[in-house]
Design a protein. Sequence first.
Length: 333
Amino acid sequence: MSRETSLFSGRPSDLIGRQVAGYRIEREIGRGGMAVVYRARDLRLERTVALKLLAPELARNDTFRKRFTHESRVAAAIDHPHIVPVFEADETDGLLYIAMRYVAGSDLRHLLDGRGPLPPAAAARIAAQVASALDAAHEHGLVHRDVKPGNILVDRGTDSDHPEHVYLTDFGLTKKSLSLTGFTTVGQFVGTLDYVAPEQISGRPVDGRCDVYGLACVVYETLAGHPPFRRDDDMALLWAHQYDEPPHLTATRTDLPPAVDEVFAQALAKTPDARHATCLTFVAALRAALLGGPPERHPPTEVDRRIAAADEERPKPPPRWAAPVFEPPGGPA
Ligand SMILES: Nc1ncnc2c1ncn2[C@@H]1O[C@H](COP(=O)(O)OP(=O)(O)OP(=O)(O)O)[C@@H](O)[C@H]1O
Ligand SMILES: [Mg+2]
């Protein structure tokens, strides 16, 4: 067995205290489908980092390796308050790793599992921060492709006006990048299917609007407590993303105004052209629907300013959105 394989596949505790590429591993933070994330000490700069070690088979896949190198570099070059800063992305003895800022706190998956649906104001705050990160990435020509609660890290904010600070992570790390459609050679889809856009499923070209769709699924879940589509098996879920209309959020959240249903219908449209053009335009529309316009209780932050700008630029909805797309729950009024 090679050294790197034993490094990765050993019990998590085996790595504690060991040194990998200039980092001393302190403890395991968590693991996903293709990586283990550790809190570690950067021995050169004497600082705490999050060290992500990717499964060795990914290093052996040329497509993944190339995208990993390219997109880690692009992500590292984006200096944005809501994107986890990447310090280093490299390879040691056949093992790909990323050193990044250690975000104390939790991720949105854990938060939702522990607390259930969020109040509208909190959901809107989180949505705005993720949206600004995604739009910044898109401006750099980078599409995330794997927007999901597990990739949204939630840290304590600076004050009561900004109770949480949210970071987006894992650019270019989706296993879906291993093949065009996201299916492995044995025909299994990799990763969660709850947030995947129709064009990703069918293998059509993707752009930033696939992240608008993913973000809308995540924001829907923060408000409803579950993603828009829930099906018994994967094929039914893939079908739903491609052909079914999303259920009205207001059927679950009866406290929310019906206008939010139109916003989600647009953001979750099957065709990218019918969606909001940017993530912040989607969030601006959502905030307007939820809260009757952006609250101005604190001096506007950069994100607030970008939302306001997106709101102004927001095109009038095309005629087919002017009429309700769906009947309200319980039939027409
Ligand atoms: N920079 C970071 N600081 C602190 N914790 C982190 C950091 N990056 C990731 N984590 C945590 O590490 C855990 C594992 O992350 P990982 O990205 O491997 O899995 P995932 O995103 O949940 O699933 P997937 O493998 O499908 O991407 C998550 O719980 C996440 O909260
Ligand atoms: Mg992740």
